[in-house]
Design a protein around this ligand. Structure first.
Ligand code: F3S
Length: 400
């Protein structure tokens, strides 16, 4: 693999052991994927998980003196101070989140603790080469902005942040961005929730292929596109898709396929969406809570919940997870107060796949997110999955 003089110096340890270790990992990754050279990155996002392996890696980098050249935004762990007020956090979990925060601070990350940085703090331009981890982020960068990223791990994205480079392979190259399978959507996709089901249904019919969607609306909301990407990468592995008329590289079907024929054509029907919904949701009945924001809600989604609960009283607890920036905006706009008056709350810096939710283990909730339901199975949480309006009605009645 060709390295510039500067990259060779990094590999030789001229910039310290941390940078050397990151470059070593990236050269190995590049060789695995036959990358000819490295490319500079201008943006990065690290999907930290606040779990042992994640902490081990970032502390190893910090101990080796690594500092990020391209400061990454980072995923949420949990908001320790918030949860200490409402539940008991074990000493081990407290220690883990404190060390995680400290390590990412020391390595030079931008501590957004948010899983939708592409809507707020970390927005690329068309064609920009970047390194993003996080399941909804990668497809959003490639398919909505037309910027370029591979589906990075937290570790490879951190290495890119440290060296300012990434091996040039995969979705960074023109020829790998072409669509492969035509997805003819013969279901009526009419709201953001339908994109959740569509994203979960497509990988049932195709794995590891780049879909080109036709017959989808050409004015999807940011939340719809966020939902689609999150679910495509919960049920499957889809770093990029094309929606004809939406994806910058797909003004036409021909452009999306770069002039080639599709390898296959698949159809998604109303029955496919219903089948996937039946498969992923737990059955209805009494519920204990409602949980939204997987991925983190944007301000429009927070506003929607505020409108739905205004002047009413929730029968069960309700939380919305979002970024600290959106929570601040919600406070300024009165949405936070409205939601709190109804008996719910907004929590920032927090992911649902964290031990802070232990007080809900063994209980049943409602959510609009298949990803939320999927990840929490291992934590023995049950979820009935419905669109937001139905979840709120259920939370008012305490059952669904
Ligand atoms: Fe975000 Fe955690 Fe869900 S990072 S997408 S809240 S699993």
């Amino acid at each position: 693999m060709f390295l510039t003089q500067e990259e060779q110096k990094m590999l030789d340890g001229k910039y310290g052991k941390g940078t050397q270790l990151a470059m070593k990992i990236q050269v190995a990754l590049g060789e695995v994927f036959n990358a000819e050279r490295m490319a500079p990155v201008s943006r990065t996002h690290v999907a930290l998980s606040n779990q042992e392996a994640d902490l081990w890696f970032v502390e190893k980098m910090v101990d080796a003196g690594a500092k990020c050249k391209v400061s990454p935004t980072v995923n949420p762990g949990f908001n320790l101070e918030y949860f200490q007020c409402i539940t008991t956090i074990s000493k081990e979990d407290e220690e883990m989140i404190k060390r995680t925060r400290q390590a990412y601070k020391e390595v030079g990350a931008t501590l957004t603790f948010d899983c939708t940085p592409y809507l707020e703090k970390n927005i690329p331009r068309f064609g920009e080469i970047t390194a993003y981890s996080e399941s909804s982020a990668t497809p959003f960068i490639n398919s909505v902005y037309g910027a370029r990223t591979n589906r990075e791990s937290a570790q490879s994205a951190l290495c890119a942040a440290i060296t300012g480079r990434t091996p040039l392979y995969g979705f960074l190259l023109d020829e790998n961005r072409a669509g492969q399978v035509l997805v003819d959507v013969q279901a009526n996709i009419k709201n953001d929730f339908d994109y959740q089901l569509l994203g979960y249904a497509v990988p049932k019919k195709l794995k590891f292929k780049t879909p080109v969607f036709v017959n989808l609306p050409t004015d999807p909301s940011p939340a719809a596109l966020m939902n689609l990407g999150a679910q495509l990468n919960t049920a499957g592995n889809v770093p990029m898709y094309h929606i004809v008329g939406v994806t910058p590289e797909a003004p036409t079907v021909e452009a999306a396929f770069m002039g080639k024929d599709p390898e296959r054509v698949i159809t998604i029907t109303k029955q496919d969406l219903e089948a996937v919904h039946d498969e992923i949701t737990d059955p209805g009945g009494p519920i204990d809570f409602a949980l939204f924001g997987c991925p983190h809600f944007n301000i429009d989604q927070v506003a929607q919940v505020a409108r739905l609960v205004e002047g009413r009283k929730l029968k069960v607890q309700l939380w919305i997870m979002t970024s600290s920036l959106t929570k601040e905006l919600a406070k300024r706009m009165g949405y936070l107060e409205t939601i709190q008056q109804a008996g719910g709350d907004i929590v920032d810096d927090t992911c649902m796949d964290q031990p802070c939710w232990e007080f809900l283990y063994g209980k049943k909730g409602v959510t609009d997110s298949p990803k939320c339901a999927y990840y929490t199975k291992r934590r023995n949480m049950q979820f009935v999955i419905r669109k937001i309006e139905e979840c709120i009605d259920a939370a008012m009645r305490g059952e669904i």
